[in-house]
Design a binder for this molecule. Structure first.
Ligand code: PRX
Length: 570
């Protein structure tokens, strides 16, 4: 099985070729209120528009975690997000200010995030596993003035070291308040739910800042603007195939871009019912979530599918998963084996989609009405031009490997890297193109095939980790002199983080020390940045200028030729 043909069906994108030839982003604008006013607010269009158009009583959010089970209609979300918007105003947040949200998935996270966007703030969602240093660098760089968090996480925010951070809103029962700390529930109660909360924005005003890792330097703030919604909307319609009667579940956390573009905006802009599950991954919980909510469309990641695949088959047999009609994947290469497994157990094809934090929304996808070539990411979304270019910016013919690039100027493209124009410009080094950093080729039918990253970025369990951040943290440990970090291929997680460490002469290897180093990363940075493996060595391969050659470490690890070593120090 190399190609999976589409099933017959009435899909929102019936004919890819004709859409490709006739589609224009301008056509999408008429769906939304702002086509009449020239002003926009992605939170309004996601929630309030449905109330205005008579869908207020429709279920918008089905939330569950081990201790909560709650349902919210669009009408209820409209009121709550209005209250939240008023709350931020009352706490002196102004249009354009950065409001960060640092908490586990819960209805309050979504309400606060949408409320902040409603009143014109730029939100910065932070993954709950981040520890002090990871939180600090992001708040410092963004100069956030307000953060919404929980009593459990607040100690990881070094308030005294963050002069811009003025207010902390705590979500929880009986929280302690003072001139800097406020209670979410109290503040919300004191606010009205009227529409004057909405700030009408320009198309190019920012609404979200997603911090993500690069292969060098600190995490960078990827800045997106309100009109990205056109693409959230249209890709959710044509790729997720969402309709108002769908019950949709995206498993990603809003700390990552998938959890906002397709965990919040894509589904709600289309008026679908959105399932949000808090708590940790467990096969039983996940299958239960699908069964209990009658999930019809499911968007997840290869690592999760591989974990489900490796679960004994009697687990899945306990559940009725027949509500599912469409499954999709993102974040890492989707192995043909996983697609075959999906076909066997769900009787559905798993549709791969390719995009990045920087691209804001899907760009290369598989579609319900098109054949799937197993192992391929699919074809460019209508209105998107993708190409493989060489290192001089020249387009390459089919089947030649090179840089995966996208013609500049799609609606959800990042508009800047926060306070770092130089980094931003690096993506656009070739006139007219955005260069992704992925290598790929395109076949003669226009399908794209992912080959790897051409930098040292690590994708582990679907999360993007920068080796530099981990290396910098490792050398802060008193026993560590030098460190090099790479991604090592792993069957389940795609890659795991492997560190090569040179100890200071005053320290000797012991199991205890190894544990201590791992704990250090876990408590200072975050659990997902901890190297699963550490190899202690006397020396690291370096360039003459002293830069650690991760490519050589990788070759060592994989027993492969190390390539050109002319720049290596002996
Ligand atoms: O290397 C590609 C990989 O994930 C990178 C982007 O990571 P991030 O910004 O965290 O966004 C992840 C989800 C939007 C890409 O440069 N990647 C993403 N999707 C795929 C993929 N690799 C292979 N196949 C995919 N479908």
């Amino acid at each position: 099985m190399k190609i999976l043909q589409p099933k017959q069906g009435n899909y929102q994108l019936q004919n890819y070729e004709s859409a490709k030839n006739s589609f224009s982003w301008d056509d999408v604008r008429d769906v939304f209120t702002w086509s009449k006013t020239g002003k926009i607010n992605i939170a309004y269009e996601s929630i309030d528009r449905h109330v205005k158009e008579g869908r207020g009583a429709k279920k918008a959010l089905l939330y569950s975690d081990p201790s909560r089970n709650e349902t919210y209609t669009f009408e209820q979300l409209k009121k709550l997000t209005n209250q939240a918007a008023h709350m931020f105003r009352k706490l002196d947040v102004e249009k354009g200010d950065r409001v960060f949200i640092f908490m586990p998935r819960a209805p309050e996270l979504y309400i606060a995030l949408l409320g902040a966007i409603k009143m014109g703030a730029v939100v910065g969602p932070l993954f709950e596993a981040f520890m002090k240093d990871a939180v600090k660098s992001r708040l410092e760089d963004s100069e956030a003035s307000v953060i919404v968090t929980t009593p459990e996480l607040v100690s990881r925010i070094p308030v005294d070291e963050l002069p811009h951070l003025k207010k902390i809103i705590l979500v929880g029962d009986d929280v302690k308040t003072d001139e800097k700390h406020f209670s979410y529930s109290k503040e919300m109660k004191a606010c009205t739910d009227d529409d004057s909360a909405i700030e009408w924005m320009d198309l190019e005003d920012g609404f979200i800042l997603h911090y993500t890792s690069g292969s060098t330097g600190k995490p960078k703030g990827v800045y997106h603007v309100h009109q990205a919604m056109i693409q959230h909307y249209q890709t959710a319609k044509w790729v997720l195939d969402l309709r108002e009667d769908d019950i949709y579940w995206c498993t990603a956390d809003p700390g990552w871009v998938t959890g906002t573009s397709y965990g919040i905006f894509g589904p709600w802009l289309n008026g679908a019912t959105n399932v949000i599950r808090g708590g940790r991954f467990s096969p039983d919980d996940w299958y239960d979530t699908i069964e209990k909510n009658n999930v019809t469309v499911w968007y997840s990641a290869p690592t999760a599918f591989r974990m489900l695949m490796s679960t004994p088959s009697d687990v899945i047999k306990k559940y009725d998963l027949s509500s599912i009609r469409h499954i999709l994947s993102v974040g890492e290469p989707l192995n043909p084996e996983v697609v075959r497994w999906g076909w066997e157990v769900f009787k559905h094809r798993i549709h791969d989609t390719w995009w990045m934090t920087e691209t804001g929304a899907m760009l290369i996808c598989n579609y319900l009405s098109e054949p799937i070539k197993l192992g391929s990411m699919g074809k460019p979304f209508p209105g998107i031009e993708a190409a493989i270019i060489d290192n001089n910016g020249k387009k390459l013919p089919p089947n030649e490997m090179g840089n995966l690039a996208i013609k500049k100027g799609w609606p959800s493209q990042m508009r800047k890297i926060w306070k770092n124009d130089e980094k931003f410009n690096e993506y656009f080094a070739f006139e007219g193109w955005y260069v992704s950093g992925d290598t790929a080729y395109m076949d003669e039918d226009g399908y794209f095939w992912f080959q790897g990253r051409n930098d040292d970025l690590i994708m582990t369990a679907g999360e993007r980790v920068g080796p530099f951040e981990i290396e910098s943290k490792l050398v802060e440990h008193k026993a560590v002199a030098e460190a090099g970090v790479i991604g090592k291929p792993d069957e389940i997680r795609g890659h795991i983080i492997k560190a090569f460490v040179v100890l200071n002469p005053s320290h000797e290897y012991s199991e205890e020390l190894e544990k201590e180093i791992k704990t250090f990363i876990k408590t200072e940075l975050s659990a997902h940045a901890v190297p699963k493996e550490i190899e202690f060595t006397d020396k690291l391969p370096k360039t003459r200028s002293g830069k650690i050659m991760r490519r050589v470490l990788k070759a060592w690890e994989l027993n492969e030729p190390a390539g050109d070593l002319s720049s290596m120090d002996d």
